[in-house]
Design a protein around this ligand. Structure first.
Ligand SMILES: Cc1cc2nc3c(=O)[nH]c(=O)nc-3n(C[C@H](O)[C@H](O)[C@H](O)COP(=O)(O)OP(=O)(O)OC[C@H]3O[C@@H](n4cnc5c(N)ncnc54)[C@H](O)[C@@H]3O)c2cc1C
Length: 402
């Protein structure tokens, strides 16, 4: 007799493993599948926001995180003209006033091992190729070393990140969504790194940015990303990163450093505002639901938080065992309540502000006017709705600094 799991989760990134942890903790029988062997790397800037740290705290994982993560206490924003804004992480009730940079090869394994310790069953090297839904279960087909494997569950959670093949096959995506692309490399032996997350709008095409995220006092994750607005754009993410690394102030910063390992690029999906996130017996979590901040490219905390929300909904529905499209609509409703406005306004903000005509005066205004600095930081950290950056007061300060 084949086991029918309560929940099968496809993808053991932060979204899948967080969902698995909360479900397993509540006594739900969880199967977690991933095509990779762990620990595995994931191309990323490795930055954890205060919101991500809040969820890691809720999972009791901060003590383990600080064994390999590097703490940063502030942000440096560099305008296209080279002007800088340096500021500490602003206070907000319930959130820490710092960030961590935590290499994904370690972070994702920490989250996965936590879900296993709480009771989730994990199978690696299983590439899921299909989910078939019938009246009382989901049949999951996977491939492992070229052999077909079949699993059964009452409900499926798809947390495959920006990999759209499975979602296209299941009809969740009628056309490919808009993507951003980004690439990163690790550097060692960098002198004079401070405890700041550095985001630079110089040396890259806009809308996009380059970053220097210190992973220790002498090493950093350095990368660049941009929104592929037009298929005709004649650059790859790696070419953008090369251009950024060759940009004067960046070249100077890394002149004594050595690159470790290879440069890696990967797409980012940011289309949550228009994405489908559920169907009969299936829900989508994390980047599979388009949950990457359209302004910052940050997706770890959204993946984890959507996993938290998914687990809560599935635990509620377990009492009736009804995972129909209609019943799972409560997941869609909860996600929209939390993220819809944020995504709609952040996308609008990106198209208005991310150009040199407005970014230069915005950073200049923030250096003179504390309320503008506060707005920028709080919008970047998703503490405030992005619409605040379009308030009459902020616009007045920007326009008077043109
Ligand atoms: C260059 C770059 C820099 C970034 N920087 C940051 C940053 O600094 N901070 C931040 O918060 N976010 C950042 N992001 C975004 C962040 O990496 C993602 O949004 C986040 O990893 C999403 O988590 P997830 O769990 O949804 O998916 P993922 O982390 O992508 O995990 C998906 C998992 O699913 C597995 N999988 C995929 N398909 C299948 C299949 N068919 N069968 C079985 N398993 C499958 C994969 O092996 C993987 O383990 C960055 C992204 C990029 C590309």
């Amino acid at each position: 007799m084949n086991t029918v799991y309560d929940v099968a989760i496809i993808g053991a990134g932060p979204g899948g493993s967080t969902t698995a942890s909360y479900l397993a903790k509540a006594g739900v029988r969880v199967l977690l599948l991933d095509k990779s062997e762990f620990p595995r790397d994931k191309t990323c800037g490795d930055a954890l926001s205060p919101n991500a740290l809040k969820i890691l705290g809720d999972l009791n994982l901060i003590d383990k995180l600080i064994e390999f993560g590097h703490r940063l206490n502030g942000i440096r924003l560099v305008a296209p003209n080279g002007n800088e804004l340096v500021a500490p992480i602003p206070p907000k009730h319930g959130f820490v006033e710092h960030l961590y940079i935590a290499p994904r090869i370690k972070l994702d394994d920490l989250l996965l091992q936590n879900s296993i310790a709480l009771g989730a069953e994990f199978k690696s090297n299983v590439r899921v190729t299909d989910l078939r839904v019938d009246s009382n279960k989901v049949t999951i087909t996977g491939k492992s070393a070229n052999k077909e494997q079949i699993f059964f569950a009452n409900v499926g959670v798809i947390a495959v990140g920006a990999n759209t093949a499975l979602l296209q096959k299941l009809g969740f995506l009628s056309k490919l969504p808009e993507f951003a692309v980004a690439a990163r490399a690790y550097y060692n032996n960098l002198p004079n790194l401070d405890d700041l997350m550095e985001i630079r709008f110089d040396g890259v095409p806009l809308p996009g940015y380059g970053w220097i995220f210190p992973t220790s006092k002498t090493s950093a994750n350095i990368g660049a990303g941009f929104l592929r607005k037009s298929k005709k754009l004649p650059f790859t993410a790696k070419e953008i990163l090369d251009k950024f690394l060759d940009h004067g102030p960046v070249r100077e910063k890394i002149s004594l450093g050595q690159r470790q390992g290879v440069v890696k690029g990967y797409p980012l999906r940011m289309d949550f505002a228009t994405a489908r996130v559920h169907s009969n017996r299936i829900i989508l979590v994390g980047e599979a639901a388009g949950l990457v901040n359209p302004f910052t490219g940050e997706g770890i905390d959204y993946a984890m938080e959507s996993g938290q929300i998914a687990a809560r909904v599935l635990i509620d529905l377990a009492t009736t065992g009804d995972y129909s499209f209609k019943a799972l609509h409560s997941y869609d409703r909860n996600l929209r309540k939390r993220f819809q406005r944020l995504f709609v306004w952040t996308t609008r903000l990106r198209s208005i502000y991310i150009n040199e005509w407005l970014l230069n005066p915005l950073i200049r205004a923030a250096n003179h006017e504390k309320s503008v600095e506060k707005t920028i930081l709080e919008v970047l950290l998703s503490y405030r709705n992005a619409i605040q950056a379009l308030s009459p007061s902020t616009l007045y300060h920007v326009l008077t600094n043109l």
